[in-house]
Design a protein. Structure first.
Length: 112
């Protein structure tokens, strides 16, 4: 799988959540986060831990994800800023929080 681009390796739902993480890492303004989150929700992509099927994910599990994301040779090292496991962990938590906040503020409900 090393010959594949990152987006080809992961499921669309994980990609959507990852985009929100990237926006958090980029310190995107709330208005920009809201636009992306709204779009992803409108096409039934996952932007919260619960939607990803991991409503009870632990901080230890998220730290393990952050550690893997920061492994040598990973694409995260393409970013032009200081990155650490703690920064990535905070971005993951922040993505979930930003998405939950948008859902609450917007009154979004999944269409049946």
């Amino acid at each position: 799988m090393h010959g594949l681009m990152h987006g080809e390796k992961v499921a669309p739902h994980a990609v959507a959540f990852g985009i929100v993480c990237q926006l958090i890492l980029d310190n995107a303004p709330t208005e920009e986060l809201d636009r992306y989150i709204a779009l992803m929700l409108s096409v039934d992509l996952s932007v919260t831990f619960a939607q990803l099927g991991i409503p009870n994910v632990t901080d230890d599990e998220l730290r393990a994800v952050a550690k893997r994301a920061c492994a040598p040779g990973e694409t995260i090292w393409s970013l032009e800023r200081l990155i650490s496991e703690e920064i990535v962990f905070d971005a993951i938590k922040g993505a979930n929080t930003a998405s939950l906040d948008y859902i609450k503020r917007s009154g979004w409900k999944k269409q049946s």
